[in-house]
Design a protein around this ligand. Structure first.
Ligand code: GDP
Length: 297
């Protein structure tokens, strides 16, 4: 991560200062300069940085210095807690319908990792929560997306519903839901089409699909390598479609993960999973506090 080592940077800012009984305004100001720089360097959205710095400032100023912590450690602790909050605080679970199959619409731009992530999460739920998932291939535009999902299904020995590339995606969604109900699957993952950019025809199709199957979860898949674009994409999908959760992919890469971290505060929708590699089991529930600690280094 680009801002790994922020913790050390903050500590060393404080090492230059004499130890005092209180964290002073000056101390906090100096620390906040470091925090602001580190976050901006990490490509965190500037509005998010501003908000973040203000909340840390408010909490850190005038605090009594705890015996067990140096002032530096104390501010680092506040930064850690606020970073955790920025990413949603608690770990957020994937939706679960009260009755019948839980319908999950997987949405996002082409190449973000939708198809792979559909299979990853389905497999994760089967392995760890004993759920029986059905996957539906509704990306009829990207060449080979259907084949890709079917191949993943065969590898995992998991059923894939498909009507080929000629069918209407909304019909595929409806029919896959009928099958999921009839055959008592716990989850239905609908792999929808992406585009290179957000556009009206994509949103229109996803909107119609949403009306047709009334999903319990609309999971936006975003590539954490795409910087500020990830934030803009998340904002558009959320405004136009209404997402309920986010999966960040490619966190294993040399990512400027900061932009992706802005996703939660910009959309106010939780990050639920993190993709950490190309392999099918390279997926994990997103833990805000672990991520915060990783960022702080
Ligand atoms: P889609 O167009 O959104 O369906 O994207 P795909 O599922 O085909 O994924 C695009 C590429 O990203 C593939 O080569 C995947 O193997 C890769 N990919 C997906 N998730 C991850 C991840 O978490 N880490 C890495 N390193 N690669 C990923």
């Amino acid at each position: 991560m680009a801002f790994e080592g922020l913790g050390e940077r903050l500590q060393s800012t404080f090492d230059h200062m004499k130890s005092r009984g209180k964290v002073t305004d000056e101390d906090v100001k100096a620390m906040m300069r470091e925090v602001r720089l580190a976050l901006l360097e990490a490509d965190v959205n500037y509005k998010v940085v501003k908000q973040f710095v203000n909340s840390v400032k408010d909490r850190a100023t005038g605090q009594e210095v705890m015996k067990s912590l140096t002032p530096g450690q104390q501010v680092v602790k506040v930064v850690n807690e606020e970073l955790t909050q920025l990413m949603g605080g608690e770990q957020a679970e994937i939706a679960k319908a009260a009755k019948g199959p839980t319908v999950v619409m997987m949405v996002g731009l082409q190449g973000a990792g939708k198809t792979t992530t559909s299979a990853k999460i389905a497999n994760y739920l089967r392995k760890n929560k004993n759920r029986q998932p059905l996957m539906a291939a509704a990306d009829v535009y990207r060449p080979a997306a259907i084949d890709q999902l079917e191949t993943l299904g065969r590898q995992l020995n998991m059923p894939v519903f498909s009507l080929g590339t000629e069918a209407d995606p909304v019909d595929i969604a409806k029919q896959s839901l009928a099958k999921a109900k009839e055959e008592h699957y716990d989850y239905l993952f609908i792999d929808t089409a992406g585009r290179l950019h957000v556009d009206d025809s994509l949103m229109d199709e996803l909107q119609r699909m949403k009306e047709a199957v009334n999903p319990d979860e609309i999971m936006l898949v975003v590539d954490s390598m795409t910087g500020q674009d990830a934030v803009n994409v998340a904002e558009s999908f959320n405004e136009q479609l209404g997402i309920t959760g986010v999966t960040l992919t490619k966190l294993d890469g040399d990512t400027r993960g900061g932009a992706a971290l802005s996703v939660k505060s910009v959309t106010d929708k939780p990050i639920k999973f993190a993709g950490t590699g190309e392999k099918i089991d390279a997926i994990e529930p997103f833990h805000p506090e672990r991520m915060a600690s990783r960022i702080l280094g």
